[in-house]
Design a protein around this ligand. Structure first.
Ligand SMILES: NC(=O)c1ccc[n+]([C@@H]2O[C@H](COP(=O)([O-])OP(=O)(O)OC[C@H]3O[C@@H](n4cnc5c(N)ncnc54)[C@H](O)[C@@H]3O)[C@@H](O)[C@H]2O)c1
Ligand SMILES: [Zn+2]
Length: 359
């Protein structure tokens, strides 16, 4: 049995068996003080998660539900304005609490709304997608998008509680589950002793493996806790994300009707950055091949034809983590041994892309 409670810098975290009871007493505490409880959901998490959750919370009593349309488009200032207005109309005061029940879109949006409404009201996260459970709901970052640019406006705000209930994965669409699994794979690659378990697993059995979800969440907690200001180890979480974000943006701009999901792009980013790790960080070739084989067997493998490479390199130049306009890569010296701040030539980057296209 692993740990089920953490007192973190970004608020207490409860996992698995303990989470439902803790959420009930957490809400009971607000009720006893006469506070109003608001849930934020999207249409899917309303139907699949909130309706399952409410009957399990005997202390809840009366509550209000704020629903937004599903999808990244809801992380917008228009929706934020709508939510601020709804809270005002429903007479939310400084003592009210907002419970975000959803994927990363909802936890980012709800955290932002709560941390700004009346200069900040309490909020808690109940992540329902795999990505939110092991990544988005943890670490205190909230935010919304501006136009096509992601997470441009936001806050660092601690939630009053994070409640991990992996049963919600039962209704998460397969494609979303596989995409979220990419972040678990990333955690396993940058942490010690996790690869054996993760590389022997299929993402589709995860709803039945709550301990693995909890363990991956703990890896993110440990990393963020060790480096709240993002000066060192927290940057390891960018593994796969330098190339991954460029790939995500490339697909979004060239085929907006069928973009890649975040984790799908990150899986390709990890494959390419594993390849770069061999030439630039000393990763053993046979280990690299093992990791790469697992990645292509687990995640979709879209083409990245040579005609797309210049566009990809352009997107890399726009990466917000660049220093002096130069992309910074996290590479692996070995399993569990990430290293920071690698700057690579465009020839090296193209070699990795060539390897992706070589059967
Ligand atoms: N704050 C952070 O540190 C951080 C880190 C990583 C990602 N993010 C953000 O997270 C967001 C992506 O999160 P996501 O992948 O969870 O997307 P999402 O919230 O849009 O959820 C994906 C889809 O799954 C549905 N869904 C969620 N849970 C479900 C369930 N249990 N059953 C059925 N359907 C369900 C949602 O309605 C949605 O259609 C992005 O906006 C990203 O910027 C934030
Ligand atoms: Zn990510």
């Amino acid at each position: 049995m692993g740990k089920n409670y953490w007192d973190t810098k970004f608020g207490p975290v409860y996992a698995n068996e303990q989470a439902l009871n803790e959420l009930d007493s957490f809400l009971g505490g607000y009720k006893n003080r006469g506070s109003k409880v608001f849930f934020l959901v999207d249409e899917n998490t309303h139907e699949n998660c909130l309706v399952r959750l409410v009957p399990e919370l005997p202390s809840l009593g009366e509550y209000e539900v704020l629903e937004v349309p599903p999808g990244e488009e809801s992380k917008s200032i228009e929706i934020v304005y709508h939510l601020w207005s709804s809270l005002l109309e429903l007479e939310a005061d400084r003592h009210s609490v907002l419970i975000n029940v959803g994927g990363g879109m909802i936890t980012d949006l709800g955290g932002f709304v709560a941390s700004t409404y009346k200069r900040g009201i309490d909020f808690a996260n109940v992540p329902t997608s795999l990505l939110a459970m092991v990544d988005a709901a943890i670490g205190g970052k909230t935010g919304i998008d501006v136009g096509g640019a992601k997470n441009v406006v936001g806050t660092f705000s601690s939630s009053k509680g994070l409640f991990l209930i992996p049963d919600f994965l039962e209704t998460l669409p397969e494609r979303e589950t596989i995409s979220g699994f990419a972040e678990m794979v990333k955690h396993a690659l940058i942490s010690e002793n996790a690869w054996e378990t993760i590389s022997g697993m299929s993402p589709l059995e995860l709803w039945n493996r709550p301990d693995e979800v909890r363990a991956s969440m703990q890896m993110k907690i440990d990393t963020v806790e060790s480096d709240p200001l993002e000066s060192g180890p927290r940057k390891y979480l960018n593994f796969g994300h330098t190339f991954g974000h460029a790939i995500e943006s490339h697909f979004l701009s060239t085929q907006p009707e069928s973009p890649l999901l975040h984790g799908e792009a990150i899986a390709i980013g990890m494959w390419l950055e594993v390849e770069l790790s061999v030439s630039a960080a000393g990763l053993d070739r046979s280990m690299a091949s093992k990791i790469q084989e697992f990645l292509v067997n687990t995640f979709p493998k879209p083409e990245l034809p040579e005609s797309s490479w210049n566009d990809l390199l352009q997107w890399l130049l726009h990466d917000k983590k660049n220093k002096g306009g130069i992309p910074q890569f996290v590479l692996l010296q070995n399993l569990g041994k990430p290293t920071l701040d690698h700057e690579l030539s465009s020839d090296q980057l193209k070699m990795a892309l060539r390897a992706w296209n070589t059967p």
